[in-house]
Design a binder for this molecule. Structure first.
Ligand code: GDP
Ligand code: MG
Length: 293
């Protein structure tokens, strides 16, 4: 029997629905979904295995203009994922106005075939959908255009079939045991804590914060985890802790619940808040946190 395998990059602006689409494909919660932009800062690979094919997805950070150190390395993750892709899936929000210039610019030099997914059509008018289809046909002329709803599972199967059909014949790139991501459990845990920080804190706090799991010890009935929440200033540390430590306590409790669901065991979670000034502009910090290879 012939076997297909390949790399598929999911790109698009923040909030277009890339993570939702990827999760609909994979059927597992791989990356954080939140209404706030720029959540997915890492290049996460999700791998879909079937007997006769393997799709390696990368969910890249949103396409944005670099403004400071962190965003530059995010952009290089976007470009990196375009050069090794067998197929690029460009996800766009139907409600996004016609200012897709930065998206188009970022794929200017892309040699891989591109499909366009016009997402969120669940709450769109038919005429708007037709207009968008026309827009993408004339500006990009991709190999396929889908009007879809990642959230409501509309056209998701069809997109996946198209992807599979487009992949080259190739043996599997990764072993086909039940690994569905090449990131470690530690990374998943840190993303879950980050998710709670995004939910519970305002304004710049979530974007000035990084989470590192410093200890992950799995025992028979419990997983003991220690994590550091890194902030840039003492004032941010005070906000993270909250009055009498109430905010950090809530973050810890909610994070623990999510992690317990993920690992399927009881979890003992300890959070520590640490100040590392200006970490976003320091290359060695970025490296340590996995933003650069
Ligand atoms: P990303 O930044 O591109 O990864 O976007 P997300 O997948 O995190 O989605 C951003 C927001 O759009 C979330 O609140 C999703 O629930 C929502 N969303 C994603 N797909 C759809 C869709 O098909 N329809 C609607 N109405 N909302 C969607
Ligand atoms: Mg995302």
């Amino acid at each position: 029997m012939s076997h297909k395998a390949g790399f598929v990059s999911i790109i698009g602006k923040p909030n277009a629905g890339k993570s939702t689409l990827l999760n609909a494909f994979i059927g597992e919660k791989l990356s954080i979904m939140t209404p706030k932009a720029q959540t997915t800062r890492h290049r996460i690979l999700g791998i879909l295995n079937e007997e006769d094919h393997q799709i390696v997805f990368s969910d890249t950070p949103g396409i944005i203009k670099p403004q400071y150190g962190l965003q530059e390395s995010m952009m290089s993750a976007v470009y990196g994922s375009l050069t090794d892709a067998d197929l690029v899936v460009l996800v766009t929000d139907i409600h996004e106005k016609h200012d897709e210039e930065d998206v188009l610019k970022s794929i200017e030099h892309c040699l891989s075939p591109i499909i366009v997914v016009i997402n969120k059509v669940d709450n769109a008018k038919q005429e708007d959908i037709l207009e968008k289809i026309n827009y993408w046909k004339t500006t990009l002329n991709p190999v396929a255009i889908f009007a879809a709803s990642a959230l409501h599972d509309f056209q998701v199967k069809e997109i996946l079939s198209f992807i599979i059909q487009s992949l080259p014949e190739h043996p599997a790139y990764y072993p086909k045991d039940d690994t569905y991501t090449d990131r470690t459990e530690r990374f998943m845990v840190s993303e879950m804590v980050r998710e709670k920080i995004l939910m519970f804190y305002q304004k710049e706090i979530p974007y000035s914060t990084e989470v590192i799991v410093t200890s992950f010890i799995e025992e028979e009935n419990i997983v003991k985890i220690q994590a550091e929440i890194i902030v840039e200033r003492e004032s941010q540390k005070a906000i993270i802790l909250g009055h009498r430590g109430e905010s950090i306590k809530r973050t810890g409790t909610e994070s623990r619940k999510s992690i317990e669901e993920f690992v399927g065991k009881k979890v003992y979670l300890e959070l520590f808040v640490k100040v590392l000034s200006d970490w976003r502009n320091k290359k060695n910090y970025l490296k340590r946190f996995g933003y650069e290879q």
